[in-house]
Design a protein around this ligand. Structure first.
Ligand SMILES: CC(=O)N[C@H]1[C@@H](OP(=O)(O)OP(=O)(O)OC[C@H]2O[C@@H](n3ccc(=O)[nH]c3=O)[C@H](O)[C@@H]2O)O[C@H](CO)[C@@H](O)[C@@H]1O
Ligand SMILES: C=C(OP(=O)(O)O)C(=O)O
Length: 434
């Protein structure tokens, strides 16, 4: 069985490089459906199972996809006859496939996408995506587990999102690029990945302003063309390594990390006694001898990211005093803590909060990942636990981290992965197809 085996107790030291952002590249791959002429070339693409899955989705739609793993680049061509259906087989593997709905509707006036279910971290409805498509003039029908959207032509509209959903913002923004007239979306998500998507769409000929603020304006254009774009750095991977350095009393330079993108994490780390230095080539993190307790609440950007909550909670467990983590974005994102009971973690869950009594003395155990960030958090816990920790269910880790154990080992962690199917991109690719 594939597993990561880690012996706790090493201080991490050195430099670690960060990949392109998973949450930026996935919607941008969907955006490659929009150009009717020219090829799109993406660079700084992370080698992740989610990327292979999204490649499979858009290949099924007849986009030509060439992934050059050695160069971390993908060339895309959507100039042929496209198909409008994203089947259950792929959408069930990865919820983010729902973001093909907007571009398909814009380009073909017809989209049929399998209904994405919830996942381990929450129920994850898509009502806001659908509300946006309807406002732009799409007729939505739900049947046989599919959402079918049709239109005689999308028309710009004013849309207010009840919640700044990342996926809904991306889907509506992409649908509106080719709509007739102007669309204004209010209360949108402001994540850096939204800005990256808007940048590539504008390179493709779209007219989008306001990405990164609460209101996005899109002036529809008749046609879009291919573009070249380098994916932004992964702030969640960077944040995970910041936590790893802080946790192990380490001293690590997270190369090319963008401090601005990780402000909410950095501010909490500083509160806990961690030294952070914004250097010319990245962010240096120096962990203290003893972390201090802190209170954290997850929120849409620029609040504390839910995707760093599980990792941050390991720091809180190790901090001196009582820490509280409140999760407001997803209703079921404390599964890693339940696993950590096997490692003697002392905490209690009260509604949407976890109250952690530190400093804990974690002891190694066999634990199973339940989702992507839970997987990373369990490995982090292993770095500071006594004895040996074994983490299984690594398919979740491979969705979002490239060479996670190798990068930690290069920083001095005593860690290895057995039966490693992620070392070779071809194995990851095969896994994404199964
Ligand atoms: C591929 C990708 O980029 N994934 C990220 C994206 O997911 P995703 O785009 O799915 O997350 P959303 O921002 O849409 O979801 C946030 C909250 O809004 C709710 N909601 C969302 C849409 C909707 O139509 N109705 C509704 O109620 C969700 O159930 C959830 O409680 O943002 C999340 C929140 O930062 C991150 O954790 C994910 O890593
Ligand atoms: C929840 C995440 O991703 P997704 O939305 O793809 O499930 C994540 O990246 O932590």
């Amino acid at each position: 069985m594939e597993k990561i085996i880690v012996r706790g107790g090493e201080r991490l030291r050195g430099t670690v490089s960060i990949e392109g952002a998973k949450n930026a590249v996935l919607p941008i791959l969907a955006a490659s459906i929009l150009p009717a002429t020219g090829r799109t070339v993406l660079t700084n693409v992370p080698i992740l199972s989610d990327v292979y899955t999204m490649n499979n989705v858009i290949r099924f739609l007849n986009v030509t996809v060439g992934f050059n793993e050695a160069e971390k680049s993908i060339t895309l061509d959507a100039t042929g006859d496209l198909s409008y259906e994203a089947p259950f087989k792929y959408v069930s593997q990865m919820r983010a496939s729902i973001v093909v709905l907007g571009p398909l509707l814009a380009r073909l006036k017809h989209a049929k996408v399998a209904m994405p279910g919830g996942c381990a971290i929450g129920t994850r409805p898509i009502d806001l995506h659908l509300k946006g498509m309807e406002a732009l003039g799409a007729k939505i029908e739900q049947h046989d587990g599919y959402i079918e959207a049709t239109t005689t032509g999308l028309v710009g509209a004013n849309i207010y999102l009840d919640f700044p959903s990342v996926g809904a913002t991306q889907n509506i923004m992409m649908a509106a690029t080719l709509a007739k007239g102007t669309t204004v979306i209010e209360n949108v998500a402001r994540e850096p990945e939204i800005v990256d998507l808007a940048n590539v769409l504008n390179q493709m000929g779209a007219k989008i302003t306001g990405a990164g603020t609460e209101t996005i304006k899109i002036v529809g254009v008749p046609v879009m063309h291919g573009a070249e774009h380098a994916i932004i750095q992964d702030r969640i991977e960077a944040g995970t390594f910041m936590v790893a350095a802080a946790l192990t009393k380490g001293n690590v330079l997270i190369k090319d990390a963008i401090a601005e993108h990780n402000k909410p994490l950095i501010s909490k780390l500083e509160e806990m006694g961690v030294a952070i230095k914004d250097e010319a080539d990245g962010v240096r993190v120096i962990g203290p001898e003893q972390l201090q307790a802190t209170t954290v609440k997850t929120l849409p950007h620029p609040g504390f990211p839910t995707d760093l909550q599980p990792q941050m909670s390991i720091l809180q467990l190790m901090a001196n005093g009582t820490s509280v983590m409140t999760e407001t974005v997803f209703e079921n994102r404390f599964m890693h803590l339940e696993e950590l009971r096997r490692m003697n973690a002392n905490f209690k869950i009260e509604g949407d909060s976890a109250v952690m009594y530190g400093p804990n003395v974690l002891t190694g155990a066999e634990v199973a990942a339940t989702d992507l960030r839970a997987a990373a958090a369990l490995v982090l816990a292993g770095l500071v636990a006594k004895n040996i920790t074994q983490v299984t269910n690594l398919k979740y880790l491979d969705r979002g981290y490239y060479h996670f154990n190798q990068k930690l080992a290069a920083l001095g962690a005593s860690i290895k992965r057995v039966d490693d199917l992620s070392a070779n991109p071809l194995d990851l690719k095969k896994k994404a197809q199964n």
